[in-house]
Design a protein around this ligand. Sequence first.
Ligand code: HEC
Ligand code: HEC
Ligand code: HEC
Ligand code: HEC
Ligand code: HEC
Length: 426
Amino acid sequence: MILLLLACGTQRDVAELDPASCAECHPAQYQEWEGSMHAHAADDPVFLALNAKAVATDGVPEDFCVSCHAPVALALGETQDGLNLESVPQSMKGVGCTFCHQLEEATGPANGAVSWVWDGVMRGALDDPLKTDAHKNAYGAALDRDAPESSQVCGSCHDVVLPSGLHLEQSYVEWEASVFSEGLSRQSCGHCHLPSRPGLAAEVDGAQSRRIHDHSMPGVDVALVPWADAERQKALVQELLDKTLLAELCVVPEAAGSKVVLTLENVLAGHNFPSGASHDRRVWVEVRGYSSGAQVLSSGEVSETESVMALQQADLVLLHDEALTAEGEISHGIVDAVSVSRRGLEAPEDLGLPHARSYAWSVPGQALDQVDVRVRMRPVGLDLLQPLLDDGGVTPTQVQAMPIFDLGSTVLHWEGELGSCVGGQQ
Ligand code: HEC
Ligand code: HEC
Ligand code: HEC
Ligand code: HEC
Ligand code: HEC
């Protein structure tokens, strides 16, 4: 629950909350943010369709989803349940500049428990900021990548505990358990997700070069509707995913046949891979093995329009979390989940502690001479989109826009003598 703090008797103008009003002086931050999922959070058609289902579910507060996806609109009373988001001004949708930059602290570990002080003072971590007529400046630990409070603020919005008490999404909890949360290897959420570069914090007279921070914050999701900079954002997601895992593929002799062994290690994410909305992701390993030109091994092979969840293969490797309903079915509605099993690749808990995982496929009676593998990821599963398509919540064009990302470092081709390996290097 967001806590809105307003000084008594002060009148503020909603126009100052409009991100577009920042663009004149902060064009880089504005442009990067505009294409980000923070800007898009209340326009995502999958969000709108699932929110409508959640609002209609008994026992779920009507503002549960919008508290994180449209916190400004909710705090200002422009929406109560998100069902009217299409008529809410764009300037109040999503997670805007003035929401993050007026955050004071996390007031709890999850569900958007943050205090938002709408006082026109932009909090950040600039050393001795220039004065401007546009707003006051102040130091804010919540916005300082180097302060532990900043990860708590990101985490409070990124961890989701359902009304049933199930801790469904838990990037913060995972990060806290990892080597990145303390000591010499400390990397806050912001260190990884807002990389810095030299540049102007504001394009005004007298400004000097500082370290500025990229606001694109790519993760996994991409816009399914026409959106600013959509191609650029998608390319940034691909770039991030290409580096996330370390993969080694070995093909070894086994009894009278061969065995394919794939070892995967999460080397870049400061939490599980995948994380967050992992239960809605579909992440799987595709393996193809050949002997004398004939394909003798196939696992996880689907066309662009097929759901990997429809495959009935005992050797299928899935890496996303599995959230189940009370009936034991895979949850397709977020709030109907009652249990979750984690399958993601963990971040290291300690430096030097091995945390790779291996997966094997046996091919009895065949000497393999060629193998191809890749880890594939669809941000939201087709099995989840199908019921929304059936209800008219999303359109066929939106479903077609859902990409499959192949993780570059895992696309490996092996051929030659049994007993040899490829990959394993970054
Ligand atoms: C008329 C120009 C102008 C406009 C418009 C403007 N700013 Fe700024 N802003 C500045 C200047 C100048 C600085 C200080 C830059 C420096 O010292 O290098 C600054 C600094 C900041 C900082 C860093 C504060 C700190 O102490 O670390 C944030 C955050 C910020 N602005 C956010 C915003 C947001 C959000 C908006 C839109 C609601 C906005 N600004 C609109 C000129 C502007
Ligand atoms: C999800 C939260 C979030 C949102 C949304 C956000 N920012 Fe930031 N912003 C940050 C963080 C974190 C930093 C880095 C602070 C640090 O450690 O120096 C930052 C830094 C800045 C700075 C200081 C210069 C720099 O690049 O480091 C400015 C100016 C700024 N943001 C403006 C904006 C504007 C304008 C928008 C909207 C177009 C915006 N921010 C949206 C979190 C956010
Ligand atoms: C108001 C709550 C809120 C705060 C504060 C917040 N986020 Fe987010 N963030 C969201 C929402 C909601 C989305 C998802 C939008 C979507 O995919 O529909 C998101 C998306 C993201 C994504 C993209 C995820 C993906 O799969 O595409 C990243 C990365 C991210 N946030 C990082 C951060 C970091 C780092 C911070 C702290 C500096 C932060 N966020 C602060 C709510 C928040
Ligand atoms: C050591 C670097 C690192 C740190 C620290 C880190 N992340 Fe990430 N994050 C990544 C990488 C790399 C990815 C892309 C791979 C993935 O999806 O896990 C990612 C992905 C994400 C995603 C999309 C996840 C998905 O699979 O849907 C979210 C959301 C996110 N991060 C939030 C956070 C939050 C919140 C924190 C702090 C509590 C944090 N990250 C800390 C590197 C980091
Ligand atoms: C605690 C804040 C929070 C709450 C509450 C929340 N979300 Fe999110 N949501 C996020 C964040 C953060 C992400 C990005 C996570 C990631 O990339 O892994 C996200 C991502 C999403 C996505 C895009 C990826 C996916 O899983 O399909 C959809 C759709 C979505 N949320 C729908 C909802 C709905 C519907 C509700 C209410 C039932 C809801 N969210 C409640 C923070 C929240």
